[in-house]
Design a binder for this molecule. Sequence first.
Ligand code: ADP
Ligand code: MG
Length: 474
Amino acid sequence: MKLDVETLRYLSKDDFRVLTAVEMGMRNHEIVPTELVDRIACLKHGGTYKVLKNLLKHKLLHHDSSKYDGFRLTYLGYDFLAIKTLVNRGVFTAVGRQIGVGKESDIFEVATEDGTVLAMKLHRLGRTSFRAVKSKRDYLRHRTSYSWLYLSRLAALKEFAFMKALEEHEFPVPKAVDCNRHCVVMSLVQGYSLVQVKQLENPDVVFETIIGLVIRLAEHGLIHCDFNEFNIMIDDNEMVTMIDFPQMVSVSHRNAQMYFDRDVECIFKFFRKRFNLSFHEEKEAIDQSELDEDESGWPCFSSISKSAGFLDKELAASGFTRKDQDDLEKFVEGKAEQDVGSDEEELVDEGHVFDGQDGANIRSLSFLRLEDQNEQAVVSHDDIDVDESSLQAFVNDANGDVGGENKKEKEVDGEITNENENDAELAKRLNKQRRQAVAAARGRRRALSARNSYKDKGGKSSQNAKIQKQLACW
Ligand code: ADP
Ligand code: MG
């Protein structure tokens, strides 16, 4: 997926406000009714409808009118919200080019104020699942767009938490810098994915290091679950860094042995094929109860002294809860059982293997500087993360009065124009809704489109103020 951050420069404070309103509405609407977006965003002069048109044009939103007029965020819209928040926090100031693409993520270079280049991973759960194996996967059937955003956010949170915890226990992982929504920022690994490496000076040493990592992870109570040549980076000194942690499970998981063996097998297979390492016996021939490792070096899961829960404290400290883990596991597990060996085919088929070396050269980058953009767009250093319960209460209780005060003010500043013939119908509708909103603000009638049948129930909510406060920073 393309990430055209150029657009980010031109987005105004109001654009982000409306984008955020859609995000908030998506917590309990697959498609957020246009009217609800308007009420959450609470822009003056019925401005929401004009902004919606602009966001649609830039593909940050998707419009759906099958049940009622409404919008949902696209991944690009979600990307922009995360990037904006991280830029506002001062985590980075520029986005560079794409340096990697995983099955369910896109990785970009970003640069900090002082020119340090970091890696930004945008999680995109559901991307390949939809494309490749949709029909086979029951567990995906009832996923809504919001679930994908939610799962991607969980995946990012989990990856961030695990990376931090592993780093604290001196595992060779990238340094976790920050996380927002579905986006993780980490240090840039100088090196290449093992899959790109054709020759090694000391393949046995690298092999042993890698198998040693699988064992040490298990001793710390963890199994990587996707430990293969795509998720191991190696530098010019043949030092190893492991990446990609959203699918990790505990050694107490009911399929732990299977996941462990699968990780080990991937490594054996790869080193056998690529570097001609020979292992004397196949795993099946070994009586594992008697040996920690067989003659070929195959580690035995049951004889590793594992300490489950070892990293629990660190994980909890990063905000990754047991419920998050359960939610994510339901999804990842279904995938894990079907994904064995699919990595290589998919990436190679699509020509998606990136040359890691290019990525390390900052001088070759044409960064998009974000800090100098439109002043309005960088007004606040506050995060816009929203308290779930306030939104729930808001959506349940809000009535048509939300923001009425603000809307009293008058003046329609120009109609939404129609640049694309196909959008004619939508533009017309947005214009109509906009006029109605303005009229409603003037107290003539309520801003309800005849076509838009969506209505909130309940009375005025004290939560409205909270929501408006949260949005105030935009
Ligand atoms: P996925 O979960 O989608 O498989 P990964 O985390 O494995 O995503 O990243 C995909 C690719 O992006 C990796 O194979 C690697 O080439 C590159 N990559 C990921 N993280 C980094 C990083 N911190 N530094 C440099 N390259 C990275
Ligand atoms: Mg990967």
